[in-house]
Ligand binder design. Sequence first.
Ligand code: NGQ
Ligand code: ZN
Length: 453
Amino acid sequence: MAVWFAEKVLLPQGWATNVRIEISSDGDITSVTPDSVPQGSRLGAIVVPGMPNLHSHSFQRAMAGLTEVALNPADSFWSWRDLMYRLVAKITPQQLETIAHYLYIEMLKAGYTSVAEFHYLHHDPQGNRYPHHEEMALCISNAAHQAGIGLTLLPVLYSHAGFGGQSPSAGQRRFIHDTEGYLSLHDRLSQHLSKVPMQRTGLCFHSLRAVTPEQITEVLSASSHPQPVHIHIAEQKKEVDDCLNWSGQRPVEWLYNNVQVDRNWCLVHATHLTDHETDIIAHSQAVAGLCLTTEANLGDGIFPGQRYVARGGIWGIGSDSHISVSVSEDLRWFEYGQRLHLQRRNRITSAENPFVGDVLYQGALQGGAQALGQRVGRIEVGYRADLLVLNSDDPFIATADDSMRLNRWLFACAANPIQHVMTGGRWVIRDGRHRDDQSLTQKFITVLRELTD
Ligand code: NGQ
Ligand code: ZN
């Protein structure tokens, strides 16, 4: 057991002063006592919970920035996807592990202390299973373990190219399983990860495009315990139209009419919603998985955030394609998207709290933790000690009182003020550095060269 102390700590109910925190040897918080006298080791002056990242395709970090070139007057999400598939065709397991390891350290530095990896790059470039079926997924698990970030690994069921069970394309062959193959992969991974600290698995359907209704039923009925279930749901207008053509219903409508959607579900890119769909997601208490910078980058559209938050909807953030890896940038863009769309200011607020930064940060902690199915996102007894220490020498942080601290960080700091990061009770970032920085950077450069020449 370790005893720690910090002057200002963000608790679920707000900022507390002079807080004593006990952390067990397995990394969980065992007591939190505000208004204490200084004792134990000092965490830092200003401590907040680390943020869960609810949506990641790690390998896409390798192409970030390279697709910002007009190749076609009709450039879109779909033409971006063609370029993404070119990268998919090349990546080896070793390259994937290096990319993910480097990215997960970038995430820690940016404030993410756990991540849900939506993993569909399963097979070799010819589409054949590796001798160890779980080879690629284990690269993700190893990368997270070495970086020291928490992981909810979501092996993805991907069987079809489009609604109605269309045959997959050549570009998709590394993704493809039938239900049985998928469940056996999920089983093997669940067994393996149960022995790795801070890691677990969940279920995942790539999208309603990529699986049939029967497959959804088979997978859900094969799972004996509650666990996270993630799906891409309504990112593109074309996807909504294709779903209407197939079923007469929009994707969210179809899902709620055919599946019991509850708090275990995370609907990623619930971008195109009617008011009614917005309200049923909010009512179900499923998590809306928002990936603001990727959705902007891909030209997806704007999630009806003001309405959803006003109705008590649960939401969290993901860095998805990793065009940006920054808690503050993604949170800020949730608010800014609403402002640009509605032509008003201060949209993501609540009746109890008019401070946008507070509502953004606490909202994303809650929804992110729920989507990952992990005891994280709160500095509270029984939760994992995943903590960020903010740099109290930063002028904006130094001068902020309790009410303005998160606003100053999320909206005003130009330099990243995250100084130290702890996960599971252990320091992983000290003064902005990770112990693997030196050895990994050169390896990552080599992989980028190999993949982009
Ligand atoms: C993905 N990514 O699976 O990586 C998707 C694109 C698709 C995002 N939606 C591919 N951001 O949806 O078919
Ligand atoms: Zn995605």
